[in-house]
Design a protein around this ligand. Sequence first.
Ligand code: SAM
Length: 212
Amino acid sequence: MDAIYSVQRHFYDLTRKPYLLGRDVLLRELNPPANGSLLEAGCGTARNLIHAARLYPDLRCFGFDVSQAMLETAASSIGQTNLTDRISLAHADADGFQPHSAFGIQRFDRIMISYAFSMIPRWESVLEDSLNMLEPDGALLIVDFGDQLNLPHWFRAILFSWLRLFSVTPRLDLFDAIERVARSGHYKYEVRRLYAGYAALAIIRGAGNPDK
Ligand SMILES: C[S@@+](CC[C@H](N)C(=O)[O-])C[C@H]1O[C@@H](n2cnc3c(N)ncnc32)[C@H](O)[C@@H]1O
C-alpha cells in the first residue's frame, strides 16, 4: 500500500472528495451512544475520523491502516486539530486485526469501513471479524464502490479500469455477503445503493441495537 500512497497521500483528501461518495452519509448514520467508541479499519488520512470526532463531541475514535505513509499523513492532520486526545492510530492489517494489541480495547460501539473493502483481498473474513468486535448494541457501517448499474455502461467500464490501476476492485457481491453473515449471526441490516449505484452503503446492527 505504501507504494500506492507514499506520493498520493499529499493530495489524497483533495482528489478523493469528488469520487469517494457516500462517506458523509455514513458519518451522519453513525449515531453513536454517549461516550461511545468508534473504530475505522483502513482509516487512510483520518479524514473520516476527524469528521466523526467533530460531529460527535464525546466519541472516542480509533483508526488503523496497513500503510505507514497514510498513517503519517493521518497523524499530521490530527495534530493540526484539537482532537489529539480523542483519536488514536495504529499500524495494522485489517486481515487478522487484533483490537486489544492495537488499542487495549476488545469491542467498539461503532466500526466503519470506508472504501477499504475494495482494496482488501480477504474482505469477507474482515467483515466477519469486524462483527465480532462490536458491542452487542453496536453497528458496523460500510461504504464502498457500488455496482454502477444505473449509470451509463461506458462510465462503469472506464471507472472499473481506472480503479484497477490502484488495486481497487469493487465488491459486486458486497450486499450478498452482508445478507449472508447478518442472517447467520442474527444481525439486523440495511443496504442502500447511493447515487444511482455509484456507491454502496450498508449498516449492520447487533441484536441489542435499539435502532431499526
Ligand atoms: C481508498 S482509501 C480510504 C481511506 C479512508 N477510509 C477514507 O474513506 O478516506 C483505502 C485505505 O485502506 C487501506 N488499506 C488497504 N488494505 C488494507 C488492509 N488490509 N488493512 C488495513 N488497511 C488497508 C489503504 O492503505 C488506504 O489507506
